[in-house]
Design a protein around this ligand. Sequence first.
Ligand code: NDP
Length: 309
Amino acid sequence: MTTQTATQTPTSVSFLGLGAMGYPMAGHLVKAFDSVMVWNRKFDKANQHESEFGSKAVDFETAVSADVIFSCVPTSAQTAELIERAKPYLKKGSVWVDCTSGVPESAIAAANTLQELGSHFIDAPVSGQTIGAINGTLTVMVGGDKSALDFAYPAIDCFAGRIEHVGASGGGFAVKAINNTLFAVNSWALGEGLSVLKAHGVNPSAALACINHSSGQSFASSATFPDRIVNRSFPKTFTLDLMAKDCGIATDLQQQAKLPAPVMAAVASFMRAASNQVEAGSADFSEFIKFLENWSQVIISDEMTTPKN
Ligand code: NDP
């Protein structure tokens, strides 16, 4: 076990998990830190990051001995694996910032584990999609110890447009799960609405132009549908299985609170059903629409065909 101690302000930062989000997020850290270490399971990506951003591709043991350690992996299960492996190498006083969209209970467990080792864990999931990661404008919703957030703040700030401390451990993950479920609800409802309109002969882009200047407007109507669905481009930046996972976390929270939330629960099931139709990681979240289209037999594109009766 290392005997080093983190300084008052972080001097070394590292990033584990250079995926669609982590790769660009880690790229921003070099703006503020001389020592930015990156590690990825498929190590080629770490080498590529070093060449592109001037970070340093390092082995796992070195990466987790930084003052601030970021992780951004698919689920809390992978974060837990990384923490388990990192335990002997963590620096006392270091802060682990998990940007995964994870499970609140796992955040509480991780915070307890790291506290026993003299380190800290904060859940800090992000919103803003890959474009927000590239532009460094992500919304970061943080749960956990406020002083740990204060320590890591200058590092998080490198890729954030907004940082919000929402409460104790798990709070950040909870807000993220509900946020994505609201996005899923809006997306699903808009898919239904546009199906009905198209069945009545209305062009989807014309309908969206009206909706986007009316009270039905949402991120789904202003971005997801015009940019991904109506033009049938479905760029793969956030996969359908990750969306289904986030909605599932929200459903679990609803059950734990013993609260009725039938709209969120139904849409979580729709997203799970849509995700189960495709191989994990193979479809963008916007491809949920194909599942709905299979039911309605109405394709949400501007190509006008005679609707089936
Ligand atoms: P990706 O699938 O693009 O990347 C996943 C990363 O995790 C890769 O670096 C992968 O490594 C690594 N990884 C997977 N399994 C393991 C493991 N067992 N051990 C170590 N590393 C592992 O995912 P995203 O970047 O899209 O998503 C990451 C998180 O961010 C998710 O929780 C997601 O819900 C959330 N998120 C995603 C957004 C998006 O628009 N994509 C937006 C906001 C949040 P390798 O390269 O070796 O496979």
